[in-house]
Design a protein around this ligand. Structure first.
Ligand SMILES: *[C@@H]1O[C@H](CO)[C@@H](O)[C@H](O)[C@H]1NC(C)=O
Ligand SMILES: *[C@@H]1O[C@H](CO)[C@@H](O)[C@H](O)[C@H]1NC(C)=O
Ligand SMILES: *[C@@H]1O[C@H](CO)[C@@H](O)[C@H](O)[C@H]1NC(C)=O
Ligand SMILES: *[C@@H]1O[C@H](CO)[C@@H](O)[C@H](O)[C@H]1NC(C)=O
Ligand SMILES: *[C@@H]1O[C@H](CO)[C@@H](O)[C@H](O)[C@H]1NC(C)=O
Ligand SMILES: *[C@@H]1O[C@H](CO)[C@@H](O)[C@H](O)[C@H]1NC(C)=O
Ligand SMILES: *[C@@H]1O[C@H](CO)[C@@H](O)[C@H](O)[C@H]1NC(C)=O
Ligand SMILES: *[C@@H]1O[C@H](CO)[C@@H](O)[C@H](O)[C@H]1NC(C)=O
Ligand SMILES: *[C@@H]1O[C@H](CO)[C@@H](O)[C@H](O)[C@H]1NC(C)=O
Ligand SMILES: *[C@@H]1O[C@H](CO)[C@@H](O)[C@H](O)[C@H]1NC(C)=O
Ligand SMILES: *[C@@H]1O[C@H](CO)[C@@H](O)[C@H](O)[C@H]1NC(C)=O
Length: 707
């Protein structure tokens, strides 16, 4: 049993009711946070240091800017379509020319949103478009000299997590350059201060450049290319202390509005490029500038000092609000390692994932999957905000994202002759789901709204919460009831085939009743039913019928199996991937309807995964999921071992390493990690309070206990 601070323990238990912050923190949060300020003396080849606000982020190299064009400026609103494909006969195709494929599904042909080999052009276009746009590159130029990083000496850089400031310094040709980089909290603005006598001699200038997006699925670390200048245009309008650069790429137009505080002149583009250069006048030794990116012409560029003030205020209140963990009194290096990843992850999710669209796997660092986001990942990206008592950040995207996508999700279900709303998968801001075999056959995104709704209700148990989620839950549950197929011979409701389970690597036409999906269907319907009861509304009979007659959890001997009847699962590593069976008890609470979980089976499953699963095939959020399963089974040491597993790496600035399968960063790892830390710190129903290894001295505050 961990040493408990009983006052704080009670606060962890009760302090979060109604999501209120109960007075002042008893932890010196600033001290804990600043202990982990990232420091660098060279640019990382994979990750920047970032400033940002959840909907906008600027990734800096060692110069504090993007001098070496390695990192990006990304937003939630900046997207681009390449023009539609043209057939050899010169006809322009349109999205309605995409027809998908029909697969047999329980005796009828159902249309799936899958690439059709007969219409590759439009299928590919729909997968590759729109892509997220790298809004602009801001860097130093050195009087025409081609600079490399080794030409800069004494490079040093610190990110102050408490205020959101990057301080960088380096020496060029014997002279020091000092740089500060900040982001506004309320607009998509990067604020930069540069101090150096190199400014006054004309040696040091600041450039702005604009790249064209690519059709690359993974565009990392840099997003876009500079050498297709004739495919896009930029135009400059400038005055004495401000400029606006308009960028047109096909149908996309946006603006970079720049203002500065000293005498300086902007010119460009440099021939054959979209590069503009800001040249401070003789005698200027320090210049402060702000650049606002916006889809509209915007001359309200906040001054540098206003960006600084906003950032300081926002970050201080971010760190002071909601939950917190202080492990500094525990001497074990494992505690320090968990604390480091916790603090850095908290910074990174605020910059990259606290967005109005649901977050991308590579956040606002670079483009994974063209910058599109995946609706089955929402739970890993965002559920921790609820457990950490940071509802204002969660509410930026939820429930409104689901409301926005509700009409197209009803259409998706209807086209397949199901009731309700079927949520999409790989998504862009319009709610369109990209064609794909896996994309169209995955179902575990479907009950996510129930999980979010229930956690919000836990903190805000009122009519407003019930109403804000009711339509979404109704559409979700109607689809779930109608999708489950009544099997006359077994007299239960089956899920699939065809289906891809969480692990995405079993034959879809053979996969039936996967363990996690069966458990999640029950969980989702339980909550949908409760939601109606709380409002005094009728519960649709189909919801109860399907829940009470769902196929049982599939087993293989005395463990759960990936799906019903899967052969040789424990011996055959080709079917091992995400160990989703651990999510049945790791991510989900025990069911509130019958039948109960067989705890012998749950324990056996956890043991067998630990001993016989191909752990090298686990990645990202698998480790937090396994850790949470261990926690519920009472094994805190195993939970720590999973969270600190050598295959679950975070780099020096806390970015979750993608590994061999996806690009770095892979933020579901960060969100999952924070969710597991919330579980360790706040506990869950019936086991509230901290669950850390024996003899750890732990202070925790204001967690919302899990379901
Ligand atoms: C740069 O940082 C690395 C890693 O922190 C350290 O090992 C190295 O000594 C530093 N180099 C200089 C020149 O400070
Ligand atoms: C891209 O094209 C699709 C299909 O016409 C459209 O729905 C979407 O709004 C477009 N997005 C952008 C950023 O132009
Ligand atoms: C699944 O069955 C459909 C026919 O209903 C077939 O077209 C498809 O190729 C099969 N998929 C796989 C992966 O075998
Ligand atoms: C760089 O730092 C080293 C060590 O602090 C110092 O000795 C050296 O003078 C610095 N170089 C310049 C050009 O200032
Ligand atoms: C470096 O500085 C010296 C004077 O300090 C100057 O003569 C020289 O041109 C500079 N070199 C470059 C590449 O700017
Ligand atoms: C443009 O640059 C990209 C990578 O930056 C390169 O792969 C491509 O070949 C270049 N294209 C041209 C036409 O130079
Ligand atoms: C630029 O446009 C031309 C003509 O439309 C096209 O062939 C080429 O692929 C485009 N280049 C890039 C990098 O998108
Ligand atoms: C009914 O369930 C059994 C056992 O899972 C399965 O083999 C059979 O294909 C199912 N029947 C239909 C019509 O899907
Ligand atoms: C739980 O599972 C174990 C192992 O398969 C089995 O022996 C036991 O009978 C089950 N318990 C119940 C209550 O079904
Ligand atoms: C392992 O699973 C794969 C995929 O289902 C299958 O093709 C293969 O035959 C299996 N191997 C064994 C030894 O069962
Ligand atoms: C730290 O955790 C590892 C597992 O990740 C474990 O093997 C080791 O014993 C732990 N160290 C301490 C001091 O608890």
């Amino acid at each position: 049993m961990a040493l408990l601070y009983f006052g704080l323990y009670l606060l962890a238990l009760f302090g979060s009711v109604n999501g209120t912050d109960n007075g002042k923190s008893k932890i010196n949060r600033r001290k804990v946070v600043q202990r982990f300020n990232p420091r660098r003396n060279a640019t990382s080849s994979t990750t920047p240091l970032q400033v940002g606000n959840g909907n906008f982020a600027f990734g800096a190299d060692i110069t504090g800017l993007q001098t070496f064009s390695l990192f990006n400026t990304l937003s939630t609103w900046g997207w681009h379509n390449f023009s539609l494909p043209i057939t050899p006969g010169q006809t322009s195709l349109d999205v309605i020319d995409f027809t998908g494929l029909y697969w047999w599904t329980h005796g009828r042909l159902v249309n799936y949103n899958q690439p059709n080999p007969a219409e590759n052009d439009i299928s590919d276009w729909l997968i590759q478009n729109p892509q997220r746009v790298n809004l602009g590159t801001i860097g130093f130029s050195f009087n025409g000299v081609e600079i490399t990083e080794d030409m800069l000496e004494n490079k040093s850089q610190t990110l102050d997590l408490w205020t959101g400031k990057i301080s960088s310094s380096f020496i060029y040709n014997g002279t020091e350059v000092l740089v500060e980089t900040w982001s506004d909290s309320h607009s998509d603005t990067v604020g930069v201060s540069v101090e150096s006598s190199l400014l006054s001699t004309g040696t040091l200038r600041i450039f702005f450049d604009f790249a064209l997006p690519t059709r690359n699925k993974f565009d990392a670390p840099f997003v876009g290319v500079f050498n297709a200048t004739s495919n896009h245009t930029t135009t400059l309008k400038s005055s004495r202390d401000a400029a606006m650069i308009r960028h047109d790429l096909d149908a996309t137009t946006y603006y970079a509005s720049i203002s500065w505080d000293r005498h300086a002149e902007i010119s460009g583009p440099v021939k054959g490029t979209h590069r503009y250069v800001l040249q401070p006048s003789r005698g200027v030794r320090k210049i402060q500038l702000s650049t606002t990116f916006s889809p509209f012409p915007d001359s309200n560029v906040p001054a540098f000092e206003d960006v600084v003030a906003a950032s300081k205020t926002w970050w201080e209140s971010y760190w002071n609000s909601g939950a917190f963990i202080d492990l500094s009194s525990t001497s074990s290096p494992n505690a320090t390692a968990l604390q480091r990843i916790t603090i850095l992850s908290q910074y990174l999710v605020a910059v990259n994932s606290a967005s109005s669209n649901t977050p991308q796997e590579s956040g606002l660092v670079n483009n994974g999957w063209y910058g599109k986001f995946h609706l089955e990942m929402v739970i890993w990206h965002s559920l921790h905000f609820a457990r950490w008592n940071k509802f204002p950040l969660l509410r930026r995207s939820l429930p409104n994202m689901y409301s926005r996508y509700l009409p197209s999700s009803y259409d998706r279900a209807k086209a397949q002759r199901y009731d309700g709303a079927r949520w999409g998968k790989m998504t862009d801001p319009t709610g369109r789901s990209a064609p794909g075999e896996i994309n169209s056959l995955l179902i575990w995104q479907q009950p996510h709204p129930m999980y979010f709704a229930e956690l919000e209700y836990r903190s805000y148990p009122n009519k407003k919460t019930l109403e804000s989620w009711d339509e979404i839950l109704t559409g979700s549950a109607d689809f779930m009831a109608s999708y489950a197929f009544y099997n006359e011979s077994t007299e239960v409701y089956d899920l699939g085939p065809p289906i891809y389970p969480v692990s995405e690597n079993t034959g879809p036409n053979a996969t039936i009743n996967p363990a996690f999906e069966i458990a999640y269907w029950r969980f989702g319907l339980d909550i949908a039913i409760k939601w109606k009861e709380r409002q005094g509304l009728d519960v649709p009979a189909t919801w109860t019928t399907v829940r009470d007659n769902l196929a049982p959890l599939p087993t293989d001997g005395d463990t759960l199996s990936v799906y019903e009847g899967i052969p040789n699962m424990w011996q055959n590593t080709t079917v091992q991937d995400h160990p989703a069976m651990s999510g049945v008890f790791g991510l989900l609470p025990p069911p509130s309807s019958r039948p109960p979980l067989n705890m012998t089976v749950m324990q056996n499953t956890a043991d067998k995964i630990r001993d016989a699963w191909d752990i090298a095939d686990c990645w990202g959020w698998d480790f937090p999921m396994l850790a949470m399963n261990s926690l519920r089974l009472g094994d805190m040491d195993q939970a720590v071992a999973y969270l600190l597993h050598p295959l679950f790496q975070f780099d020096d600035a806390g970015y979750p390493v993608g590994g061999s399968r996806v690009a770095t960063p892979y933020f579901p790892g960060s969100g999952g990690f924070l969710l597991a830390m919330a579980m360790m710190s706040g506990g869950w129903d019936g086991a509230e309070g901290p669950h850390f290894p024996e003899n750890w001295d732990v202070k925790v505050e204001r967690f919302v206990p899990g379901l």
